[in-house]
Design a protein around this ligand. Structure first.
Ligand SMILES: [Cu+2]
Length: 660
C-alpha cells in the first residue's frame, strides 16, 4: 500500500498551527509575561481563526495579508485562574491577555498520567486495597482512570478534583478493564496532584475471568479462512491534497485541528454542472460529548463526563499507526491513504506531534442509482463513491471514531463510531444484576448510559444568509376534496428566533429541517436548500429537575440554531469542568432572529447504550449520525452524467487489468 504523506504547500489562514508556531506562541508568552513555568500548565494552543469575512475576502484575493495569530490557554495553579492570550505570530508579541472567572481547565493528557501515579503511589489507597484482599506486587498493574466528576459535595467544592477509578491488571499486557475495583473512590486534587480523600462504597470481589482481545492473549483465531479483499487504485487516488486543502470530485474543502474538537471541517463547497463553486458549510466539528450514566449509587452517580470539554477530543486523538503491527489497512481501507499529522501542546508548553492523526481517503459505497428499462431490458447503474475524512479519539476505555463523508450527489454524512471497552464495575456472582445495567460476565457489570454528542455546523447554503423550516408530514381530514382521506403533505414551519429553534427529532412525522437561501433560486424558481436529516436519536429519560440536564444543558434538545458568533463555540460553554448551565442555554437568551442570517446549527446526537453481553470484552462498532442532503440545490440529480464505467487508457477497468 502507498503511504501518501501530506505535503504542506498551500498556506491558508485556516491552517492549524504547526509545531514551530506552537513553540513560538509559548515562548513569546513566557518571555513577555515573565511566566513562571513551575506554576502554569498549558492546555490548549490553537489557531486564532481569522474573522470569517477576512478569510472569505482572502479566498477571492490571496494577496490580502491576514495576520497569523494563536490562542493560548493556560492555567496558573498558584492563583488558580485560567488565562487566554492572543499571540501575534507575525510580530512575536502578546496582543491580548485575559483571565477567566470561575473557570477550571480540562484534564490534560499529562495530568491524566500524573493523576494515575498519584493514586497508585498513595499509601492510603494501597492500604485500602490490601484491606480488600487486593494485593498488588507491581504498582504498574494498578490502572487508574482520572474521571472529571459531574458534581462534588460541600467538602470538595472550590477545588479542582478528579476521581481515580481503579482496575487491576494480571500482567502488563492484560486488559485491566476486566478487573474493576468496586467501591473505592480516591479523590485527587489536580492542582496539588495528591489524593485528598478516599470514599468507600463497599466491596465486591475482584473478577477472576480475563477480558482479553488480542490474539496473543486469546491464543486462538477464528476466521483466517477468509480470502483477502484488496482495494486497488491503479491510477492512485482521486483526492488531491494541498497542505490542508482537499479536492475530490466536485468537492472542495479545508480541514484543521483544535485540542477540544479534534478535526475541524472548513469552507465546504461543491462545483455544480455549470462550474459554479457553491458554499455549503463554513465550519463543522464535534464540540461536545456528554456521557451520563444511569446508576444512582454513589459510586456511579458522578459519571456524567463531558469528554470534549473536560478532556478534549483533539487532546486525546490517537495516531493511526499501530506500533509494530501491520494494521494500516484496518483504519482506512485502500491502496492510497492520506494521513495528516497534528500538533498539540503538552502541559509544560512543548509541542507534541501526533503522527497520522487524521485520515483522508475515498471509498466505494455500493450502488448510487440504477434503473432497468423493462421494455428494452437495458440497465443503467452507477457506483457510489465517497470521500472520507476521519479521526479517532481514545478517552480512557472508550474509542470514538468521527467520520465525515462527502458523496457525489452533494450529500454530506456525519457518523460517529463507538467502540472500545465499556465502563464497568465488579459485582458479586451471588448478587442479582443491578436494575441500572447489564451483567456482561458473572462478575462484571456495565451501567447503562447515553452518549450525547453535539455537532456544530456553521451552515451557509449557497451564501451566508439562510433560514430554517421544520418540516413534518401532515394529513388532512376527509372532506369533499379529500373524499377517501388520502391527503397528506409536507408542512413547513419557519423557525424565527433562537429560543424557538430548540427542537426534537420526530420519526413519526418524518421530521427534518430545511435550510433555505431565499436569495438563490433553482431553475424552477424555488429557493435552493439543504436538509438536515436526523438518524437515530434519543432524549435524556430524566426528570426536568435532574442535575444531568443542567450539567450539559445542550442535551435537552436535538436541534439548536443560533446566529453565527465566533465567540460562541461550545454547546456546554468554554469551560464546563465542574460547571453547569453554560453554553447554549446562555447563548439563546437574547432570542436573536435566525431568519436570513448567518446560521449555526447545533445538532445533539444521543446514542443510548443498554450494554449487551456481546459488547464485552471490546464492543463491536455502534454507529449513529445525520445527513445533510441537497433539496432543490441542484436542478436535477447531479450524478446522472457519471460514466458507466471507469477506464484506463481507453480500456474498461476490470478485474484482469494489469497495471504493472
Ligand atoms: Cu456506550
Amino acid at each position: 500500500m502507498v503511504e501518501e504523506e501530506q505535503v504542506a504547500i498551500s498556506k491558508s489562514p485556516l491552517d492549524p498551527l504547526n509545531e514551530e508556531e506552537i513553540r513560538k506562541s509559548v515562548e513569546v508568552l513566557k518571555r513577555q509575561l515573565n511566566l513562571d513555568a513551575k506554576v502554569v500548565k498549558f492546555f490548549s494552543v490553537e489557531l486564532k481563526e481569522p474573522k470569517k469575512q477576512e478569510y472569505l475576502e482572502w479566498r477571492n484575493n490571496k494577496n490580502i495579508k491576514i495576520e497569523r495569530e494563536s490562542l493560548v490557554k493556560y492555567y496558573n495553579f498558584q492563583d488558580r485562574k485560567v488565562y487566554e492570550a492572543i499571540i501575534s505570530l507575525d510580530n512575536n508579541v502578546v496582543k491580548e491577555i485575559r483571565s477567566i472567572d470561575a473557570a477550571y481547565p480540562p484534564i490534560t493528557l499529562d495530568e491524566f498520567g500524573e493523576c494515575e501515579k498519584a493514586v497508585r503511589n498513595d499509601k492510603r489507597v494501597q492500604e485500602a486495597l490490601t484491606k480488600r484482599g487486593i494485593l498488588i506486587n507491581d504498582l504498574n498493574l494498578l490502572m487508574v482512570d482520572c474521571w472529571a466528576p459531574g458534581h462534588v459535595d460541600e467538602e470538595l467544592r472550590g477545588r479542582r478534583v478528579a476521581i481515580g477509578y481503579m482496575w487491576v491488571k494480571k500482567d502488563i499486557e492484560d486488559n485491566g478493564y476486566g478487573r474493576p475495583v468496586h467501591g473505592l473512590m480516591p479523590w485527587v486534587d489536580l492542582d496539588k496532584m495528591e489524593v485528598i480523600r478516599i470514599d468507600d462504597h463497599g466491596t465486591s470481589p475482584l473478577p477472576l475471568q480475563d477480558a482479553n482481545y488480542t490474539p496473543e492473549k486469546l491464543g486462538k483465531i477464528f476466521g483466517d479462512d477468509l480470502k483477502p479483499i484488496e482495494i486497488r487504485q491503479p491510477l492512485s487516488s482521486s483526492i488531491k491534497i494541498n497542505g490542508w486543502e482537499i479536492s475530490w470530485y466536485r468537492w472542495r474543502l479545508r480541514i484543521g485541528y483544535t485540542p477540544r474538537e479534534g478535526l475541524v471541517i472548513y469552507d465546504v463547497r461543491y462545483i455544480d454542472e455549470n462550474n459554479r463553486e457553491r458554499m455549503i458549510l463554513y465550519r463543522a466539528s464535534v464540540v461536545d460529548l456528554m456521557v451520563p450514566y444511569g446508576d444512582p449509587s454513589p459510586f456511579h452517580n458522578k459519571k456524567m463526563v463531558l469528554d470534549a470539554g473536560d478532556y478534549g477530543l483533539g487532546n486525546f486523538i490517537v495516531p493511526l499507526s499501530h506500533g509494530n503491527y501491520d494494521l494500516y489497512n484496518c483504519d482506512c481501507f485502500g491502496e492510497v491513504i492520506y494521513h495528516l499529522d497534528v500538533t498539540r501542546v503538552s502541559s509544560n508548553g512543548t509541542p507534541i506531534k501526533i503522527k497520522k492523526a487524521i485520515c483522508v481517503h475515498e471509498e466505494d459505497f455500493g450502488v448510487l442509482w440504477r434503473h432497468t428499462d423493462l421494455r428494452s431490458g437495458k440497465s443503467e447503474v452507477r457506483r457510489n463513491r465517497r470521500l472520507v475524512v476521519s479521526f479517532w479519539a481514545t478517552l480512557a476505555n472508550y474509542d470514538y471514531g468521527f467520520f465525515w463523508y462527502f458523496y457525489q450527489d452533494g450529500s454530506i454524512e456525519f457518523l460517529v463510531k463507538l467502540t472500545g471497552i465499556i465502563n464497568d464495575d465488579s459485582i458479586s456472582e451471588k448478587d442479582p444484576t443491578p436494575k441500572y445495567g447489564t451483567r456482561v460476565t458473572p462478575e462484571v457489570y456495565a451501567p447503562i448510559h447515553i452518549h450525547f454528542f453535539n455537532i456544530r455546523l456553521n451552515i451557509n447554503v449557497d451564501g451566508l444568509r439562510n433560514r430554517i423550516y421544520e418540516v413534518n408530514l401532515r394529513g388532512e381530514p376527509i372532506t369533499e376534496k379529500n373524499p377517501v382521506g388520502n391527503a397528506f403533505f409536507a408542512e413547513e414551519n419557519l423557525l424565527e428566533n433562537e429560543a424557538d429553534a430548540r427542537r426534537h427529532v420526530n420519526p413519526q412525522t418524518g421530521r427534518y429541517w430545511k435550510i433555505v437561501n431565499i436569495q438563490k433560486k433553482n431553475y424552477l424558481g424555488l429557493p435552493v436548500a439543504y436538509r438536515l436529516v436526523p438518524g437515530h436519536n434519543v432524549l435524556p429519560p430524566l426528570p426536568d429537575d435532574s442535575y444531568v440536564r443542567r450539567r450539559g444543558a445542550y442535551i435537552n434538545y436535538h436541534l439548536w440554531v443560533t446566529p453565527y458568533n465566533e465567540e460562541e463555540r461550545y454547546a456546554s460553554g468554554d469551560y464546563p469542568y465542574l460547571r453547569a448551565n453554560d453554553g447554549l442555554p446562555k447563548y439563546i437568551l437574547k432570542k436573536r432572529s435566525i431568519v436570513d442570517e448567518d446560521l449555526v446549527i447545533w445538532y445533539t446526537l444521543g446514542v443510548e447504550h443498554v450494554v449487551r453481553i456481546e459488547d464485552w470484552p471490546v464492543m463491536p462498532v455502534e454507529m449513529a449520525g445525520f445527513r445533510l442532503i441537497p433539496d432543490g440545490f441542484f436542478d436535477k440529480n447531479p450524478t446522472i452524467y457519471l460514466p458507466r464505467q471507469l477506464r484506463i487508457n481507453g480500456q474498461p477497468l476490470h478485474r484482469e487489468h494489469k497495471s504493472h
